[in-house]
Structures are given as C-alpha cells and as structure tokens.
Design a binder for this molecule. Structure first.
Ligand code: SME
Length: 151
C-alpha cells in the first residue's frame, strides 16, 4: 500500500507529543514510516556525531553501514549540501554506498533542530526503481520539521 501522509503525520504527532529526546523521536519516526508504505525497504536515520561524520541511528530493515563521512554516498551528499537527494537509480549516483544489493532507488532528507543545526539525515531505500517523488520529499520534510524542529 502507499502512504497516507496525513494519517501518519497525525500518528507520529500523537506518539511523540512531549518527547524531546532525539533518538526516541528518530526510533518512532523510522518505525511509523517504515510500516506505512510497501516502497520503503530500509528506513532510518544517520546522526551527525562529529564534524563531517554520520553514524547509524534508529532504523528498520537490514543492517546499515555504521559510519558515513559527509564526503560519501547519498546520505553524505544530503548532509553536505543540506538538501534533499532524490535518487531514481542508485547505480547512476556516483559514490552510492550499497548496503543492500537489492536497493534500486532512495530518498535522503536533512534533519534540522529548532536552532537549524543539522542533527541527522533520514534515509529511505526502496527495492523498486524510481520509487520516490517530489511529493514524498515535501511530505517527509514536513514531518521532519514537525518532529525535530521543536527540539
Ligand atoms: N544509501 C546510502 C547508504 C545505504 S545504507 O547504509 C542503508 C548512501 O549511499 O548514502
């Protein structure tokens, strides 16, 4: 099934009300998104833990790489540029990090806190080619702003 963003945003808002711990919030968002859409085969966060370095955070799906420098992969590009990466074909993306050979497309969004500090990226990988649209980018960005823009 495909995701009803209005419903999932409401569920996430209800579940995370009053919570300000970043990892607790990431775990809840990863779980709710992952189980809401069949396109999502890996859904999770990489946290900014040092200058130019991402480390694995809460996720759903098979194991991910533990560290990704800002200089590498789609996640690194999202962190470096502070911009959403919509990748229709991962094999066409220079430097894509293949954690699962089944991944065909992905979307990665920057995650900012209330002070507009980059705290993480949200990475969603799909086994389907060209799985994500600009509408996914807009709706996911709105959820991230709602949850992390207040901590
Ligand atoms: N798609 C990512 C890495 C994959 S994961 O570790 C699940 C990238 O190239 O940034």
């Amino acid at each position: 099934m495909s995701l009803d963003y209005t419903t999932v945003a409401k569920t996430i808002a209800a579940l995370t009300e009053g919570e300000s711990d970043a990892v607790a919030l990431m775990a809840t968002v990863a779980c709710e998104l992952h189980h809401s859409d069949d396109r999502f085969d890996w859904t999770g966060f990489y946290r900014v833990v040092a200058p130019e370095l991402l480390k694995i955070g809460p996720y759903q799906g098979g194991h991910g790489c533990l560290q990704i420098p800002f200089s590498r992969g789609v996640c690194g590009a999202a962190a470096r540029e502070g911009a959403v990466q919509l990748v229709a074909d991962v094999e066409a993306f220079p430097g894509h990090i293949a954690c699962a050979t089944s991944t065909r497309s992905e979307i990665v969004l920057p995650v900012w806190n209330a002070d507009h500090v980059l705290i993480a990226v949200l990475d969603i990988d799909s086994d389907q080619p060209d799985a994500f649209t600009q509408d996914d980018a807009d709706q996911l960005a709105a959820i991230l702003a709602q949850v992390f823009g207040r901590i």
